[in-house]
Write a protein that binds this ligand. Structure first.
Ligand SMILES: Cc1cc2nc3c(=O)[nH]c(=O)nc-3n(C[C@H](O)[C@H](O)[C@H](O)COP(=O)(O)OP(=O)(O)OC[C@H]3O[C@@H](n4cnc5c(N)ncnc54)[C@H](O)[C@@H]3O)c2cc1C
Length: 474
């Protein structure tokens, strides 16, 4: 239950128009949005200053948003195309109103980030011509927005974790109780509280409870501070859980990655090779779709159905390509051998199986034009699983093997919100004074993940939440 003002415990009490919980892209956008709308704002951040920025700090922070044909040297990407990608990848389960609002506001929000001083890489970083990368990645994005907050005189309180929501007798959310260096602090917010404090990916108990037994040992790609408190506080206050609580975002990681806060150690080049399991057998269609639409799904497959760890194999045709290096930041050198037998021995997989797998695969490769920029239809025939695109025989030694596993980036389960980012309670009613943005917002992602859409989701809904809360106060 949320506590009320006047209950015991807080050493200090502050008042403001809007309080924002969490300093990643969603919280920073909310705080700036509220401040630019004339509200006074306090942002509380659980981490110390030198670890600020949440998951956003660890990300490349690529963003997809609609644009005109040839605008950045790519193809046209319309609001409708973005909407249809996001709905399709959620298998139609995402909340259509939330997705539409996200798509309709993505472009304008990206332009606002540009006005804030964000510099983008020229052109497109990958084959998918609809996403753009901030030049200085997620860390640069976060640092830039914190600098803007300082310019707006927004108070930022580090090492201050929100613990409880504060409600009045009518059930309206009036503030938040936090634990800081000096003890408990109550912050009253006339316009509202914006929960922008991430999912529960760093909370092992919640992970196992909601994702399953295997989830206790997942590599945590991002912030150690996203331990689900925002979700728990909101639900305790009556918010409606929403979205896919049993699923999460992941990536195909180099299995040698650090176990926590490993950052960008994903292999985004697996479509140029094949996966094999510890028995040396292929187990999925590496060329099913653009890697943007498969990396989350494949990483979960490796964890849940391929024994937790697998291998990605390449030959020199792939390894020498410029795209190969661009799509992998090595954690360590790959295994390398002149023969498949020697490679299998290094990998510790049965060499007869590996020779059989690669031989069968090579024989099944069909002729056709190889083109990583499109679904080229250069496929295998007569083997299971097939490789539906980008199938080249592995026949140019030295052969390369990289150990791969899955990890966890953020969780999909959240709380129900409307298109103004207002939280909805279990009766279906708006909870006055409570907003959620970024990872705590449910009903956006299901099963899989359309690459480059979480940072922009945080920016769009953070800004919407901040402005709405500000309008209630000023
Ligand atoms: C390695 C990696 C690469 C990624 N690449 C991309 C990409 O290219 N494009 C993309 O769209 N997405 C990417 N993502 C996902 C994306 O970065 C995140 O989902 C998104 O940035 C989340 O933003 P957020 O503001 O919701 O949460 P965060 O950025 O995680 O911010 C949440 C903040 O809340 C704080 N907090 C938590 N609990 C409390 C509390 N109780 N009180 C106060 N503060 C609290 C945390 O310390 C944290 O600072 C990537 C993620 C990782 C880890």
């Amino acid at each position: 239950m949320p506590i009320t003002f006047g209950s015991d415990g807080a050493a200090e009490r502050y008042e403001t128009d809007v309080v924002v919980v969490g300093g990643g892209i969603a919280g920073l956008s909310a705080a700036l949005g509220a401040s630019q709308a004339g509200a006074s704002v306090i942002l509380v951040e659980k981490s110390p200053r030198d670890q600020r920025g949440g998951n956003t700090h660890f990300a490349d922070a690529q963003m997809r948003f609609p644009h005109q044909p040839d605008e950045y040297g790519g193809r046209e990407y319309t609001v409708e195309a973005m909407y249809s990608d996001l709905m399709r990848i959620s298998r139609g389960r995402a909340n259509p109103e939330l997705i539409r609002t996200l798509c309709e506001n993505a472009r304008e929000t990206a332009e606002w980030l540009t006005e804030m001083g964000l510099e983008w890489e020229p052109g497109y970083p990958h084959t998918a011509g609809y996403r753009r990368s901030p030049k200085a990645g997620g860390q640069g994005l976060v640092d830039l927005l914190f600098r803007r907050l300082e310019g707006e005189h927004v108070a930022v309180s580090y090492e201050t974790g929100a613990r409880d929501l504060i409600a009045d007798d009518a059930g309206r959310i009036r503030g938040v109780r936090c634990i800081g260096p000096e003890g408990f602090v109550d912050i009253e917010a006339r316009g509202g509280v914006v929960l922008a404090c991430g999912g529960f990916q760093a909370n092992v108990q919640m992970r196992v409870a909601h994702l399953g037994r295997f989830a206790d040992s997942l590599i945590l790609r991002g912030s150690r501070y996203n331990t689900g408190e925002g979700l728990m506080m909101a639900i305790a206050a009556g918010a409606q859980p929403a979205g896919q609580w049993g699923d999460y975002h992941s990536a195909v990681l180099d299995a040698r990655s650090p176990k926590i806060e490993c950052g960008v150690t994903a292999l985004y080049n697996y479509q140029m090779g094949i996966f094999v399991d510890q028995e040396g057998r292929r187990f999925l269609d590496e060329g099913e779709d653009f890697r943007d639409h498969t990396y989350v799904k494949f990483s979960k497959f490796i964890i849940e159905q391929a024994g937790g760890e697998a291998w990605c194999l390449f030959d020199q045709q792939a390894y020498q390509r410029e795209e190969f290096a661009r799509a992998w930041r090595p954690v360590g050198p790959p295994l390398q051998a002149d023969t498949l037998k020697a490679l299998a021995d290094q990998m510790g997989v049965p060499s007869e199986n590996l020779l059989d797998t690669v031989g069968g695969f090579n024989a099944a490769v069909q002729p056709g034009d190889y083109d990583l920029d499109r679904l080229d239809g250069k496929r295998t025939a007569g083997i299971t699983p097939p490789k539906s695109n980008w199938a080249l025989p592995l026949n140019q030694p030295p052969y390369i093997a990289i150990p791969v596993t899955g990890g966890i980036t953020f969780t999909f389960g959240g709380i129900k919100c409307d298109t103004s980012a207002r939280v909805i309670d279990t009766r279906g009613k708006v909870m006055d004074g409570l907003y959620a943005a970024g990872e705590p917002m449910g009903e956006i992602f299901y099963y899989n993940y359309p690459g480059a859409s979480s940072v922009i989701r945080g920016a769009v809904y953070g800004r919407i939440a901040g402005r709405h809360a500000a309008a209630r106060a000023v």
